[in-house]
Design a protein around this ligand. Structure first.
Ligand SMILES: [Zn+2]
Length: 848
């Protein structure tokens, strides 16, 4: 027989990764031949050898460094030392999860096999806090096809009773004392609720609590399915059962796979050494490691070397991943849409023990396999819909079942309209549901202009078709799409289009996707829902909940908030007492926004917290309309902003400023930081700050006036611009007048700043991308960008007629090209074209 040539670095195509020295020892036992390591490079820390026709690199995690991060580092180093590696196997021990479906015994082997909704491995501590903040890996990749084909072949021959090769490899270990099965203790499984008594073995543990299991003929059984991976060791039966009940069908726990599945195509093979409970000990570890290694050798030996050579290297895979990501990133994206976007980071979730009923309803619906794929949470303004939506989104995100989320907000720029709705959702779905990614990517690659197409075309190509290619998701929980505050989308027609697209999509959803929509009961949405078949959705009306149930939650909320205020203001711990809280709760009449505003109002009162509380308690209780109570508290907040020490004349001036500044904030189409807003409307910043500083109760200025100014709740806008609700003419804001004033301010600002080559690049034909970002930011200040984007919209909403020779006319004569150039620097030219068209129709109307 000819002697084999010693392989070079490029000849190694298979990486075998272990976490423990005992696992590495078992792996080394399975080599048909060992090779010396290379002198140069970082390869000396690897064991090299051959299994059947494959050259294999064995790597082990540094001693004592278990866990996903350590595994990720080892995998990365392995790939860079051996650039021709095609795939990996992660082989070692794990904690079994015996269940009615899977009779898992010690020494059995569990192999990760992808299902419809998972890639074979799922991270169970996903979304938990670690030293580096919340970790997020999303869906973990499935093993490469090559390995899945090999599994099928091995499985088939085992079914036919042809497992002689596996037996031969196992018997090899009987000759190595360290791995022998001769001295193993009994394999006992205790009741999950029964905790270990103590000591190194289960000698003292009650025999009564042993779960009775029948005798089994086979000594080793191979199980295929889901493996749960995470950084926490599970050593408690109850915890094991809890996690297992959340991750349907999980067979085993381990601690490394989640760190490498997405960067290293690999298969996880685990020998079961304990049951992840308090009775676990290390006795079975060597034997379990040996079983996993024997199976791995069996598997590798059925893979033809030619197939390995043809497979892509991990580097090629990575490159492809980059191409996919870059292509998907071409889709327009509303960064503030996701429930956990940076701008929403201070939003709270429901207090524990509150909103229990409604959260349960939503959870039950999403788990049930009924055909109603849409859940409509309908409620008046301020009843807590967004907090509920945020809570649900957080829960599903933590369990990795959040498909996408879009939180609409009027006046919020990209999240105030539906223009980027579908593309944003498509991008989120592609990153959260990995089997979908390829299909969405193909659609974006095929339809390069998809971002500018109609909502329904985008929906069909980016969501419907990819979903239908995924097949049916039966047997697993569905992913959830959360659409919050649909009524805040600024175009009623778009709202109806969205609703009809969602219903039309029902068959394609195939139980893969479910949709939670929250909205107020306003007309376009009710009409929209009335047009869709009742069998497709269920509705929950938040303001129909019995008042007692809501009051219970409101009292909890008030207790929680007032306790914090009492601490901050050094009041008595029991302040303000149960009776005051009860009375406040009654005044809230079911509106959480009333409570939140009241608490902020009291908090802001600082020295006068007590007085403010009393003034709220004194308010009228005559009205039974919740909105009336809200009007009243908003009015109290506004009145408290004007100090009583001013003269009437001074007050008059102050009201004018307040209406101007506050009116601008509620009418802007996209929030601006204070400084930019002041420059736009030409108000000194100091003066605006003085006015707003007393309005914390309604205005989010948590970042000390540096970030964009936002309302705490949209209901304040509705209040301020409705003279039936805001009946005091000192405060009421006439929205048409504000739009007109803003349109004028925008045109004025643009007329004085826009010019040819505004970014000063001095080289025609330069691409927007090639210009330095800071240079662009310096030349295109927020207020200028705002003016360019929204002046036409303000003009439209001001109901003002255009006249020849007016400021707009002058602006168009001198600056229309500068304006379009600026928009193209902002990469928003298409919005300019749309604006020009609507301007044309305005001019037509005015000329009639
Ligand atoms: Zn025990």
């Amino acid at each position: 027989m000819s002697k084999r040539r010693r392989p070079s670095v490029e000849d190694y195509a298979v990486g075998w990764i272990c976490a423990l020295p005992i696992e590495l020892a078992a792996a080394t036992e399975m080599l048909d031949e060992t090779y010396d390591s290379f002198e140069n490079g970082g390869s000396s820390r690897y064991n090299l050898g051959r299994i059947s026709e494959h050259n294999v690199v064995l790597a082990c995690l540094p001693k004592g460094q278990m866990g996903t991060n350590s595994a990720a580092t080892v995998a990365a180093e392995l790939k860079s030392s051996f650039p021709s590696i095609r795939f990996g196997v992660l082989v070692g021990i794990g904690g079994g999860v015996p269940s009615a479906d899977a009779d898992i015994r010690l020494g059995d082997v569990v192999v990760s096999l992808p299902g419809k909704m998972h890639g074979g491995v799922i991270q169970y501590d996903f979304g938990k806090f670690t030293a580096n903040g919340v970790e997020r890996t999303g869906f973990l990749n499935a093993p490469p096809t090559l390995l899945l084909e090999a599994i099928a072949r091995v499985q088939a021959s085992h079914i036919r009773g042809q497992d002689t090769r596996l037996r031969e490899y196992i018997s090899h270990f009987n000759r190595v004392p360290a791995f022998s099965s001769a001295n193993l203790g009994r394999d006992v499984l205790f009741d999950a609720n029964y905790r270990h008594i103590g000591g190194p073995t289960c000698e003292k543990c009650s025999k009564e609590r042993i779960v009775e299991r029948g005798l089994r003929n086979n000594d080793v059984v191979i199980h295929y399915g889901l493996i749960a991976s995470g950084n926490l060791v599970i050593k408690d039966g109850v915890e094991r059962e809890r996690v297992a009940s959340e991750l349907e069908g999980v067979l085993c726990f381990e601690m490394e796979a989640a760190g490498m599945m997405n960067t290293f195509p690999c298969l996880v093979i685990r020998g079961i050494c304990d049951y992840a409970d308090s009775h676990k000990n290390k006795e079975w570890q060597p034997y379990a490691a040996a079983m996993a290694a024997a199976y791995t050798k069996d598997l590798l030996s059925v893979i033809p070397p030619t197939a390995v050579a043809q497979a892509r290297t991990t580097i090629e895979n990575l490159r492809e991943k980059q191409v996919i990501e870059e292509t998907l990133n071409r889709l327009p994206y509303a960064v503030e849409a996701a429930f956990n976007s940076y701008q929403r980071q201070h939003e709270r979730t429901c207090l524990v023990g509150t909103r229990v009923h409604v959260l349960e309803e939503i959870n039950n619906w999403s788990k049930k396999k009924d055909n109603r794929s849409i859940f409509w949470l309908n409620g008046w303004a301020g009843t807590g819909k967004s907090t509920i939506a945020g809570t649900i989104a957080r829960q599903y995100y933590d369990k990795q079942y959040l498909g996408a989320s879009f939180f609409f907000s009027r006046g919020g720029g990209d999240i105030g309209h539906a223009g980027k709705f579908v593309t944003t959702i498509a991008r989120q779905l592609a990153s959260n549901i990995l089997p979908l990614q390829q299909f969405v990517y193909e659609a974006v690659a095929l339809y390069s202009a998809i971002g500018t197409q109609s909502l329904s075309d985008q929906w069909r190509h980016l969501i419907l078709n990819p979903l239908s290619k995924m097949g049916s998701g039966s047997g697993s929980p569905s992913y959830l799409l959360v659409i919050d505050a649909l009524d805040e989308c600024d175009d009623d027609k778009d709202i109806q289009v969205i609703l009809s697209l969602l219903t039309e999509a029902q068959p394609a959803f195939n139980n893969i996707l479910r949709v939670l929509i929250t909205s107020r009961p306003n007309l376009p949405i009710e009409v929209g829902f009335s047009r869709i078949p009742p069998a497709t959705h269920c509705a929950f009306i938040l303001h129909h909940l019995p008042l007692e149930a809501v009051n219970h939650d409101i009292v909890s909320f008030l207790q929680h908030e007032l306790k914090t205020i009492a601490q901050d203001q050094a009041l008595e711990p029991a302040w303000p007492g149960a009776e005051a809280i009860e009375r406040l709760a009654t005044r809230a009449s079911g509106l959480f926004i009333w409570c939140a505003t009241a608490c902020r109002f009291i908090q802001e009162g600082d020295f006068y917290a007590e007085e403010r509380l009393n003034s709220l308690l004194k308010g009228s209780t005559s009205s039974t309309v919740p909105e009336e109570h809200l009007n009243e508290i908003y009015m109290s907040v506004l009145r408290a902003a004007i100090l009583p020490t001013y003269t009437e004349q001074e007050k008059g001036k102050l009201y004018d400023h307040l209406r101007h500044v506050l009116g601008t904030i509620v009418i802007l189409y996209s929030p601006l930081p204070l400084e930019s807003m002041c420059k736009l409307i030409q108000v000194p910043k100091q003066r605006a700050t003085k006015i707003l500083v007393r309005l914390h109760a309604i205005l989010d200025v948590s970042d000390n006036f540096t970030g964009p100014l936002r309302l705490h709740h949209p209901s304040f806008r509705d209040f301020l611009i409705d003279n039936q609700r805001c009946r005091d003419p000192d405060f009421f804001v006439d929205k048409h007048r504000v739009h007109h004033r803003l349109a004028e301010s925008c045109v004025k600002l643009m007329s004085s700043t826009l010019k040819q080559d505004i970014c000063g690049v001095n080289a025609p034909g330069t691409l927007a991308d090639d210009v330095d970002k800071t240079q662009k930011q310096q030349c295109l200040l927020s207020e200028i960008q705002y003016a360019c984007l929204y002046w036409v919209q303000h003009l439209q909403d001001s109901n003002v007629l255009l006249k020849d020779g007016d400021a707009i006319h002058q602006f168009l004569i001198y600056h229309v090209l500068h304006w379009l150039e600026t928009l193209s620097w902002m990469r928003r030219l298409s919005e300019g074209i749309r604006a020009l068209l609507s301007l044309e129709s305005l001019a037509l109307v005015s000329s009639l």
